[in-house]
Design a protein around this ligand. Structure first.
Ligand SMILES: [Zn+2]
Ligand SMILES: [Zn+2]
Length: 141
């Protein structure tokens, strides 16, 4: 099953309707390796010829976050960015505080072994967060 279809199915299994708008927002996030802002998604969807307004994009993103399918990242930036929760295949990012660009970190720096040692016994870890902030080459010069 494709990544899109997995997310479509998750929408339905949470009792939510799979509307054209929700599909379009998911497609956008699936196709992008970078976290996207609501404005980025809005522009992509518009370009594909589907009528959507920015408020709907925000509402859809809130729904995806509330149902655990997407997460809000880059909390220190002045606007919100979103990425889908992909479990083991997740990515961590470096965020530039100047231009808002993000870059993937090559691998997950949170080693399972380390967490195992630090987390109290009988505690099940379901997710973790690791973000790096600073200025990219262009913004720091
Ligand atoms: Zn920058
Ligand atoms: Zn990780």
């Amino acid at each position: 099953m494709s990544v899109r279809n997995i997310f479509y199915r998750s929408i339905k299994s949470r009792g939510l309707r799979l509307t054209a708008q929700r599909k379009a927002v998911i497609d956008c996030l699936v196709a992008s390796k970078k976290p996207l802002s609501a404005e980025d998604i809005y522009l992509h969807v518009q370009r594909r010829g589907l009528g959507i307004n920015l408020a709907t994009v925000y509402r859809t993103l809130d729904t995806l976050v509330e149902s655990g399918l997407a997460e809000r990242v880059g909390m220190e930036l002045h606007r919100a960015y979103y990425t889908l929760c992909r479990g083991r295949k997740h990515l961590h990012h470096f965020f530039c505080k100047g231009c808002g660009n993000s870059y993937d970190l090559p691998h997950c720096p949170v080693k399972e072994r380390t967490t195992e040692d630090l987390i109290p016994e009988a505690f099940t870890v379901t997710s973790h967060r690791y973000e790096v902030y600073g200025y990219c080459g262009k913004c720091s010069s």
